[in-house]
Design a protein around this ligand. Structure first.
Ligand SMILES: Cc1cc2nc3c(=O)[nH]c(=O)nc-3n(C[C@H](O)[C@H](O)[C@H](O)COP(=O)(O)OP(=O)(O)OC[C@H]3O[C@@H](n4cnc5c(N)ncnc54)[C@H](O)[C@@H]3O)c2cc1C
Length: 441
């Protein structure tokens, strides 16, 4: 007979490893099922920025303590050990197609000279490897190379089946199987969600980058002749080598255009791709609640696009604590984990609107090359430092607002386009099976 676990965690990414470790440390019998051979080997695209203390994300104020080698979540009262490498970066710049004009978020000079707060990129493999080891020490039973294909729930618990032929039983289950969650689909969680699109993310680690103020995240645009059209990219320093940068751009044709033909070619010199990662991302609106019949959903599985690693850690941790409490008090039902459900609804769904997230790439596409250059040129003041993807579009609008009278006078067509564009319109404009992706991926 298959073993009964207190908790089965499906997925050994950031949220799953944190959930399993926390539950095992609380004394629960935990199985974690992961289809990969080694959870710390990262194949999926991730810019590896740690979204930290420049603003409130999920109503948390997380920061990285380099002294203690910990990610600190002071509002939710826990820490996560991280002893991997990190690399600072200092601002986010929206860069015009002319590769000159920029709308600047954050003060590069202050942040790079120790007068401000830099951000960091981290090594996700080191984070996951560390969580895995801590989980092992706490007694998590790992079942690797297990592809979960079915989940059934009943009054007595959750039954999980794998492609490899195993069956696992859990009193509770945490679904941490990522943005294309099979558990969400199987349990009907997606029925009430808005489907936005499926996008592919290609990211390249490259050398041969050389330009002034390169230690920032650049969100840029170039205009290529058909069939490529608008080429969006994002680029930021990589953690693995000092001369390496992470470049998100859809496909090598665009990479070649950007680095060899566009106005940005002056940023690049003998580009070499050191390695590549990719991801397929199904973007759904957030779930109504992150729970179905004793299965708690965490991380990307129930959210829009990306919970980010910080959100994955937060939700994995909170869900594991909630399950621990439910088991301890004998409330083996929705009421028992209501604190997690309510926390998620308040700090995720009610705090961040996914429509704001999709605005930026769509807003980008409303303007011609010349209009883009004009808009990037007009905002000269530095905008408040944030990397919260839900605030990106609002930040842009905030930057443009003081200049709207001038824009109306000089370029009325641009002013009309800016005024007509609203977050509600953005979600409708996303095409299913889109290849355009978002600027961050
Ligand atoms: C291009 C891109 C850039 C990003 N940049 C950043 C960034 O800069 N900073 C940041 O913090 N976040 C970033 N993110 C987001 C971040 O990577 C995710 O939000 C985070 O990894 C979510 O963690 P998760 O545990 O929910 O899911 P995942 O990390 O996707 O983990 C899911 C795990 O479940 C496993 N799994 C899936 N299905 C099954 C199955 N059926 N059976 C068994 N195992 C299964 C997978 O193999 C995987 O290990 C980025 C994402 C993308 C795509």
């Amino acid at each position: 007979m298959a073993t009964q676990y207190d908790l089965i965690v499906v997925g050994g990414g950031t949220s799953g490893l944190e959930a399993a470790k926390t539950a095992a440390q609380n004394g629960l019998r935990v199985a974690l099922l992961e289809r990969k051979t080694d959870p710390s080997k990262i194949q999926r695209s991730c810019a590896q920025m740690f979204l930290m203390n420049m603003d409130s994300f999920y109503n948390e104020r997380m920061y990285f303590s380099t002294e203690q080698k910990k990610w600190v979540f002071p509002v939710n009262n826990f820490t996560v050990n991280y002893s991997g490498d990190y690399r600072e970066f200092y601002a986010l710049h929206f860069v015009a197609p002319n590769a000159e004009d920029r709308i600047e978020i954050g003060d590069y000079e202050a942040n790079s000279s120790g007068r401000g707060t830099p951000a960091v990129v981290f090594d996700k493999g080191a984070l996951l490897g560390g969580l895995y080891e801590e989980g092992k020490q706490a007694g998590v039973e790992y079942f690797l190379e297990r592809n979960v294909v079915d989940v059934r729930t009943s009054a007595s618990g959750v039954e999980i089946k794998t492609h490899e032929g195993d069956t696992f039983y859990g009193t509770f289950c945490i679904a941490a199987d990522g943005v294309n969650s099979r558990l969400a689909r199987k349990l009907g969680l997606n029925k009430d969600r808005v489907f936005i699109n499926t996008g592919r993310a290609n990211s390249y680690y490259i050398t041969g980058v050389n330009f002034d103020r390169s230690e920032m995240i650049a969100l840029g645009l170039a205009f290529a002749p058909p069939p490529l059209g608008t080429v969006m990219f994002s680029m930021l320093p990589a953690v693995y080598r000092e001369d390496e940068y992470w470049l998100y751009i859809v496909g090598e044709e665009r990479l070649k255009f950007l680095t060899q033909e566009s106005a940005f070619k002056k940023w690049f010199n003998n580009v070499e791709i050191t390695h590549q990662r990719c991801a397929v991302v199904s973007n759904w609106g957030p779930a109504k609640e992150p729970y179905v019949d004793r299965v708690l959903f965490v991380g990307d599985s129930c959210w829009f696009a990306e919970a980010e690693n910080t959100g994955a850690l937060l939700s994995g941790h909170k869900a594991a604590m909630s399950v621990s409490k439910a088991l301890h008090t004998g409330q083996i039902n929705r009421e028992g984990v209501l604190d997690y459900i309510e926390w998620w609804q308040k700090n995720w769904a009610e705090t961040h609107d996914y429509k704001e997230f999709v605005c930026y790439p769509i807003f980008n596409r409303l303007f011609t090359e010349d209009e883009q250059n004009y808009l990037h040129n007009i905002v000269t003041e530095k905008l408040p430092w944030t990397m919260n993807p839900f605030l990106m579009y609002r930040g842009l609008v905030r930057g443009l607002t003081p200049h709207m009278e001038r824009i109306k006078e000089e370029r009325p067509v641009i002013a009309q386009k800016v005024a007509m564009f609203k977050p509600e319109a953005a979600a409708r404009l996303m095409k299913p099976a889109s290849r355009m992706g978002f600027p961050g991926y």
